[in-house]
Design a protein around this ligand. Structure first.
Ligand SMILES: Nc1ncnc2c1ncn2[C@@H]1O[C@H](COP(=O)(O)OP(=O)(O)OP(=O)(O)O)[C@@H](O)[C@H]1O
Ligand SMILES: [Mg+2]
Length: 214
């Protein structure tokens, strides 16, 4: 399966989610490739840090692609059971072509007005991609949510997204937690860190997206 993490807003946690999903899949025993389609190469550099360090962490396969990534993405999906693509945070050739190749698009957003406003255009891109890729599933994912109760934010995000026919809100949220930053710096996923709440969020997200239950 090809899962694409992308969107039209910078700094919403896309690379963090891509790296954490790849780690989770690998720990579930899946054969996973992380495909970095963002010239910033955040995910590639994280894998390099990870694979340089000693320890019992499973090594992760990583590749980079730019421009039209449809063919590389589909090719890798024949060689790896799971491909996770980090496509960066702007409307790009990489994002558009990856949307045609993917089974699932995840669009991390903070439940705030500036992030939600970008969803209008994301919604159009999903509609375009579905012309060629009718089975594409597309979810907005609340990311970096404040750790206080956020019932209102969720209700507001849901109300806002109800205007956009092409996207649904994922049930899982990812909260703003220092351990996500620390793990990225250490070349780890949060499931390899000592923080049960962050670990639970990634497990729930993985189970929601991949339908794997333990
Ligand atoms: N859930 C989280 N909790 C705390 N910090 C986070 C979380 N997710 C991401 N961050 C931090 O926020 C910053 C941006 O995250 P990240 O690089 O994943 O975003 P991005 O959407 O990939 O950005 P870009 O659009 O530049 O590619 C990083 O410093 C990262 O460590
Ligand atoms: Mg990124």
């Amino acid at each position: 399966m090809i899962v694409l993490i992308g969107g039209e807003k910078g700094g919403t946690g896309k690379s963090t989610i891509a790296c954490n999903l790849a780690t989770w899949l690998s720990r579930e025993g899946k054969d996973v490739l992380l495909l970095d389609a963002d010239p910033q190469a955040t995910a590639k550099r994280w894998v390099d840090r990870r694979n340089d360090l000693q320890g019992d962490r499973p090594k992760l396969a990583v590749a980079q692609a730019t421009g039209d990534v449809f063919k590389p993405a589909r090719d890798y999906a024949t060689r790896y059971g799971e491909v996770v693509i980090d496509a960066g945070g702007r409307d790009s050739k990489e994002l558009r072509t990856a949307m045609v190749a993917a089974d699932v698009l995840l669009v991390p957003i903070r439940a705030s007005q500036p992030d939600l406003e970008t969803m209008d255009h994301v919604n159009e891109l999903v509609a375009l991609a579905r012309g060629m890729n009718p089975d594409l599933k597309a979810y907005a994912l609340i990311s970096m949510a404040p750790s206080n109760p956020m019932i209102n934010e969720v209700a507001e995000a849901n109300a806002f997204l109800s205007d956009f026919a092409e996207l649904r809100l994922a049930q899982t949220f990812i909260r703003d937690r220092k351990v996500f930053r620390d793990a990225m710096l250490e070349g780890k996923g949060v499931i390899e860190m000592n923080n049960s709440q962050a670990r639970a969020e990634i497990q729930l997200l993985g189970q929601e997206i991949y339908g794997i239950t333990e």
